[in-house]
Ligand binder design. Structure first.
Ligand SMILES: Cc1cc2nc3c(=O)[nH]c(=O)nc-3n(C[C@H](O)[C@H](O)[C@H](O)COP(=O)(O)OP(=O)(O)OC[C@H]3O[C@@H](n4cnc5c(N)ncnc54)[C@H](O)[C@@H]3O)c2cc1C
Length: 431
């Protein structure tokens, strides 16, 4: 029997993406979101203390994130993304103040590796070849063991580019992070050349780019998006979900479960899912600074890792943040402000600040946690899973979350050509 109505549980990117594809396939959709706002881990909110709107954390998108851009195209929000418009990654070494900018050339042939003005200073060419080993190391290989087998001497390429990129992409210390997952990211972006590595971020906010347009898109096409609507129970019998809370499901109804991993595991007894997580810490300072060429700078050797400059706010990201769990916020803000002063040249005392710790920002991208990721299809006939923690082949990212939603939707209803029309704008579903 074909599916006529789907309950999507969770209005993060995965749930929204599934809902949009289902609507395009002609299926009626009800989205249940527990919070008062959609967006989950990718959202904006008004911070009363700082008196301005903030993102829950800085999010960077690369032009190679095809499914994320297909999502933006679908809801007409591509124009809300900003950035340098070219593959430009400025860095600064906090220890000695040295600055450089990595500028991959557009095509697949990486001639930028030979250009002193474009590559990492001090990096040796043979170090670049180590990147090829990422996809060959097998499922148990870690990033550090693959990229710096001689652990006593990290090369400059590792210290000044690969390590910061790996920590940002996987949100996991390189010593335990999966080489295969980093290889997947590199394969979809760096290996395709600079044209796939153009960084972008919302001009205004995550909700304004991704979430509000998607909710409006869904509602304008007749989908119900219910906020403050927490699903507490999925009843099952005879190999299918029979009720969402106390609402019985007809034979032609199905469920996309798009909550975070821990909640999905609680709603579906016996579901194996990642159970170790890493924090991401963001420290926001209420001040103005020069955004520079890219709007952000990567810091080497500091507490801060990526410093984003936006109008009225300087926001700092620290990934793999479990190591900072016990440091009081004031101490963390003070340490990070010293890095911000170094990179921006600001001289004044610490301005109003806010530390935001997303304790369960992503699953820990280790080989053993990667193995715990379930596929979208479940043993229950009318239940599919979506979320950045499902088996997308990617780490927990915007791209992975959106792709997981497309995969889940495709299992319930065959996708129709979407409104954008272009072949390349379709999601790469991965059943
Ligand atoms: C600080 C931070 C920085 C990040 N930076 C980047 C970045 O630079 N680039 C990048 O690509 N990715 C980044 N990510 C990762 C990205 O945000 C996530 O991968 C993505 O948002 C996950 O989407 P999701 O839909 O899978 O899950 P979620 O966003 O967690 O959505 C799940 C939704 O389910 C809802 N829910 C939970 N329980 C219930 C229930 N019982 N009933 C109904 N609803 C429920 C939740 O409220 C939530 O809205 C970052 C994440 C964080 C936290």
């Amino acid at each position: 029997m074909s599916v006529q109505h789907v309950h999507v549980i969770g209005a993060g990117l995965a749930g929204l993406s599934a809902a949009m594809q289902l609507v395009e396939s002609g299926v009626a959709v009800t989205v249940h979101e527990a919070s008062q706002a959609a967006g989950g881990r990718c959202r904006s909110y008004f911070d009363k203390e700082l008196g301005c709107r903030l993102d829950n954390g800085n999010h960077l998108l690369l032009s190679g994130n095809r499914d994320a851009y297909a999502f933006l195209d679908r809801v007409g929000a591509r124009h809300t993304m900003g950035g340098p418009g070219a593959p430009v990654f400025p860095f600064m070494d906090v220890a000695n103040g040295e600055r450089w900018t990595v500028r991959p050339n557009a095509g697949r042939v990486p001639w930028w590796l030979f250009s002193r003005r474009r590559r990492v200073p001090g990096a040796r060419l043979r170090e670049f070849l180590s990147v090829l080993a990422l996809s060959r190391g097998g499922p148990d290989a870690t990033v550090a063991a693959t990229l710096r087998p001689d652990s006593s001497k990290p090369g400059e390429l590792y210290r000044r580019l690969l390590e910061p990129l790996a920590v940002a992409a996987l949100n996991t210390p390189p010593e335990t992070a999966s080489a295969a997952l980093l290889g997947a990211v590199m394969g979809e972006r760096l290996a395709l050349g600079g044209a796939a590595c153009i960084p972008a971020y919302p001009k205004e906010g995550l909700s304004e780019s991704f979430i509000d347009p998607a909710v409006a898109w869904l509602r304008s096409r007749g989908a119900d998006v219910l906020l403050n609507s927490r699903v507490a129970r999925l009843q099952q019998a005879a190999g299918r979900i029979t009720a969402v809370d106390d609402r019985p499901l007809a034979d032609d109804e199905a469920v996309v479960l798009a909550t975070p991993a821990g909640i999905a595991a609680a709603l579906v007894p016996g579901l194996q899912a990642p159970d170790r997580f890493e924090a991401i810490v963001n420290v926001h300072f209420r001040c103005d600074a020069d955004p520079g060429e890219a709007g952000f700078t990567g810091l080497i050797g500091g507490t801060a890792e990526w410093v984003f400059v936006k109008p009225g706010v300087v926001s700092v990201t620290i990934s793999a943040g479990n190591r900072w769990a016990d440091l009081p916020p004031v101490d963390l803000a003070t340490r990070v402000w010293s890095d911000v002063r170094a990179v921006t040249g600001l001289q004044h005392p610490i301005p109003p600040w806010r530390v935001v710790r997303e304790k369960r920002a992503t699953f820990a991208a280790t080989p053993d946690q990667d193995r715990r990721r379930p596929p979208a299809r479940t043993a229950l006939a009318n239940l599919v899973l979506a979320g950045d923690w499902t088996r997308t082949g990617l780490p927990a990212t915007i791209e992975g979350a959106i792709r997981s939603g497309c995969t889940a939707a495709s299992l319930l209803a065959p996708p129709r050509p979407n409104h954008v029309g272009a072949q390349e704008s379709k999601c790469r579903a991965r059943p």
